[in-house]
Design a binder for this molecule. Structure first.
Ligand SMILES: NC(=O)C1=CN([C@@H]2O[C@H](COP(=O)(O)OP(=O)(O)OC[C@H]3O[C@@H](n4cnc5c(N)ncnc54)[C@H](O)[C@@H]3O)[C@@H](O)[C@H]2O)C=CC1
Ligand SMILES: O=C(O)C(=O)COP(=O)(O)O
Length: 529
C-alpha cells in the first residue's frame, strides 16, 4: 500500500480521501517546519502533501529515496525544487484553482483596508481614542488599479475591482490582447502601469523574472501616493526599498500578506504606520482549504494507485479515461526505446519518434517520455518517465516527434530511431489485440517478434546453415528457446534473428555465439515488462 506524508496543516478531509483511495497516510501537520525530522523520515514515503511551510529542498529530495509525487495543496510551488525533483523522477503537482477566489478576495480586502486604514482605526477606537479626524480615507471608485500578473487570481481581482467601478490596467507579458478585451482590462507595459496606477496589486508567481519586479527603481517610477498590495509572494517587492518609499511618503500605504522571510516575525515594515500585514492568509478560508485538500489528496492517490496524472508541473496530464488506452502504447514505446538503447554503444545525439495511424491521435507525450526512458536506462539506472525528457535535454539530445496517418498495414505503428555520431538505428513496433508489444521492424528489416523479458539479438549474413548452427549451439549451452524470429533484407543479404530465451546469457556464452560463422553481432537484451 503506498504511503503518504502530510507535512503541513491540511483539512482533515484529505486524510479521509487518502484512506478511501487505499493509501496509507501519516498526518503530521507540524513536521514540515522541522527540517531535520523531515530529512529523517522522508525516505519512507511514496507521496508528500504540503502547503507553503514545508520546504522541499535539495537535501529533502536527496533523502526522498522512495518519493514518487509531491502534491501542493495550493498554487505557488516556489518552496519545491522542481528541477531537482524532475531529475529524480518525482512528479510535482498543485491545485491551480482551488484557492484563487479566496486569494483574490483577500487582495480586495487588503485594498479596501488600506484605502480606509481599517486596522489602525480599529485599534485606535478600541483604545478609546475616537480619532474621527485622523483617519481620512480615499475612495476606490474611478481610481486606477494596476495588476501585475493577470492569470487566474489577477483576473478575479480585475473582475471584483470592476464591480467597485475601478479602471483596471494589467501588466502581463503572457496576457493576449484578445483575453485583455474579454476580461475588460487595459494591457499595458510595466512603466505605463507604474505611472498611472493609484493601487498596484501583484499576482505573479515568484520566478527569476519576477523577483523584485517592484524594485527601488520601479517604485520610484510609480505615481506619488500609490498604495501597494502584495498577496502573491515575498520577494516580488524589494522590502527595503518599499520601507524607504513609505517613509518618504512616495508610497502612501502597503498591504502585505507575504514576506521575503516566512514566518515573518520581525520585519522593518512592521514598524511603519501605513502598513497592513497578515500572516500569509491569502488562501485561508474554510472553502479554499477544503477545495485544495480534497483535490490534492485525490490527485496524489490517483497517481499512486492508477498512474493518472493531473495538474503536474513537470509532466503532461494523463486523464483517467485515457490512462488505460495509452498505457499499452507507453509500454511499447519504452520497449522500443530500450531495444534501441541496448544496441547503442556510442553517445546518443538525438532520437526521432514517429507515430502512425490511430496512436498518432492519442496523447503521445507520455510515450515520448517512455521511449526516452527506455533508451537512457542502459546508461542511467534511475531514469524514469518524469526525469527522462529533462535528462535528454541536459545532455543536448535532439528529440524529434512526428505524427502521421496510417501508411502501412498496421492500425498503429511507432518507430523509434536513435541517432549517434556514427549512425542511425531504427526499431519499430505495434500492439497486437492482446495489447502486447510486438517488434515489427529492426533497422528497416521486417520481422515479427513478441517482446519478452530475455532476448538474444543476432545479426548475420543470410546463408544456409546459420539457423541450424545457432540452434545447436544454444542447445549445447543449455539455453531454452521460447521463440525464434527471423528477418532479412534480401536473399543472401543482411539477416536478423530475435530469439526469446528463458534467462540471461553470460559473457562467455555470448562470445561463443558471436564466434559462430557468419555472425556479425550478438547481443543479450533485457526488457522490463
Ligand atoms: N497569499 C497566498 O496565500 C496565495 C498566493 N498565491 C500566489 O499567487 C500567484 C499567482 O497565482 P495564479 O493567479 O493562480 O497563477 P497564474 O499562473 O494563473 O497567473 C500568474 C500570472 O503571472 C504572469 N506572469 C508570469 N511572469 C510574469 C512577469 N515576469 N511579469 C508579469 N506577469 C507575469 C503569468 O503570465 C500569469 O498570467 C501564485 O504563483 C502564488 O505565488 C496563490 C494562492 C494563495
Ligand atoms: O497557494 C498558494 O500559493 C499559497 O501561497 C497558499 O499558501 P498556504 O497553503 O496557505 O501556505
Amino acid at each position: 500500500m503506498p504511503k503518504v506524508l502530510v507535512s503541513d496543516k491540511l483539512s482533515p478531509t484529505a486524510v479521509q480521501v487518502f484512506k478511501d483511495n487505499g493509501v496509507e497516510v501519516d498526518y503530521q501537520p507540524d513536521l514540515g517546519k522541522d527540517k531535520d525530522k523531515l530529512l529523517e523520515v522522508i525516505g519512507q514515503y511514496d507521496g508528500l502533501a504540503i502547503r507553503s511551510a514545508t520546504k522541499v529542498t535539495e537535501k529533502v529530495i536527496a533523502a526522498a529515496t522512495n518519493l514518487k509525487v509531491i502534491g501542493r495543496a495550493g498554487i505557488g510551488v516556489d518552496n519545491v525544487d522542481i528541477p531537482l525533483a524532475t531529475k529524480k523522477g518525482i512528479i510535482v503537482m498543485n491545485t491551480p484553482f482551488g484557492n484563487s477566489i479566496t486569494t483574490a478576495e483577500h487582495a480586495i480586502s487588503m485594498m479596501l483596508s488600506l484605502a480606509r486604514q481599517i486596522p489602525e482605526a480599529d485599534a485606535s477606537t478600541r483604545a478609546g481614542k475616537w480619532e474621527k479626524n485622523r483617519f481620512m480615507g480615499v475612495e476606490v471608485t474611478n481610481k486606477t488599479l494596476g495588476i501585475i500578473g493577470c492569470g487566474n487570481i489577477g483576473t478575479i481581482v480585475a473582475d471584483r475591482a470592476q464591480g467597485l467601478k475601478m479602471r483596471v490596467l494589467a501588466f502581463d507579458p503572457f496576457l493576449t490582447a484578445d483575453r485583455a478585451v474579454e476580461i475588460g482590462v487595459e494591457k499595458v507595459e510595466l512603466d505605463d502601469l507604474l505611472a498611472r496606477a493609484d493601487f498596484i496589486t501583484l499576482h505573479t508567481p515568484l520566478t527569476d523574472q519576477t523577483r523584485n519586479v517592484l524594485s527601488a527603481e520601479a517604485i520610484g517610477k510609480a505615481k506619488k501616493g500609490v498604495r501597494i498590495i502584495n498577496c502573491a509572494r515575498g520577494g516580488l517587492v524589494d522590502e527595503a526599498a518599499l520601507a524607504e518609499a513609505l517613509k518618504s511618503g512616495h508610497v502612501a500605504g502597503a498591504a502585505l500578506d507575504v514576506f521575503l522571510e516566512e514566518p515573518a516575525t520581525a520585519n522593518p515594515l512592521f514598524d511603519l504606520p501605513n502598513v497592513i500585514c497578515t500572516p500569509h492568509l491569502g488562501a485561508s478560508t474554510s472553502e479554499a482549504q477544503e477545495n485544495v485538500a480534497v483535490q490534492v489528496a485525490e490527485q496524489i492517490s490517483a497517481y499512486l494507485m492508477t498512474g493518472e496524472i493531473t495538474n503536474a508541473l513537470n509532466f503532461p496530464s494523463i486523464s483517467a479515461e485515457e490512462a488505460p488506452r495509452i498505457t499499452p502504447f507507453v509500454k511499447l514505446a519504452e520497449a522500443l526505446g530500450s531495444f534501441a538503447g541496448q544496441l547503442t554503444e556510442t553517445s546518443i545525439t538525438g532520437v526521432r519518434i514517429e507515430f502512425e495511424g490511430d496512436v498518432a491521435d492519442l496523447n503521445t507525450r507520455p510515450m515520448v517520455a517512455a521511449a526516452l526512458t527506455g533508451a537512457l536506462k542502459p546508461l542511467l539506472a534511475d531514469v524514469n518517465m518524469v526525469s527522462a525528457p529533462q535528462i535528454a535535454k541536459d545532455r543536448g539530445m535532439q528529440v524529434e516527434t512526428i505524427t502521421r496517418e496510417q501508411q502501412g498495414a498496421y492500425d498503429s505503428y511507432i518507430r523509434f530511431t536513435v541517432i549517434t555520431e556514427r549512425q542511425e538505428r531504427s526499431v519499430a513496433g505495434t500492439l497486437f489485440a492482446s495489447g502486447k508489444p510486438r517488434i515489427i521492424q529492426v533497422k528497416g528489416i521486417n520481422m515479427e517478434a513478441e517482446v519478452t523479458p530475455y532476448m538474444l539479438y543476432v545479426t548475420n549474413l543470410d546463408k544456409p546453415g546459420h539457423i541450424g548452427r545457432l540452434g545447436t549451439l544454444l542447445g549445447e549451452l543449455g539455453i531454452n528457446i521460447a521463440n525464434f524470429n527471423l528477418g532479412r533484407t534480401e536473399q543472401g543479404g543482411d539477416a536478423i534473428a530475435l530469439v526469446s530465451i528463458d534467462g540471461t546469457l553470460t559473457d562467455d556464452q555470448l562470445s561463443r555465439i558471436s564466434a559462430l560463422e557468419d555472425v556479425k553481432q550478438a547481443k543479450a537484451l533485457k526488457f522490463n515488462l
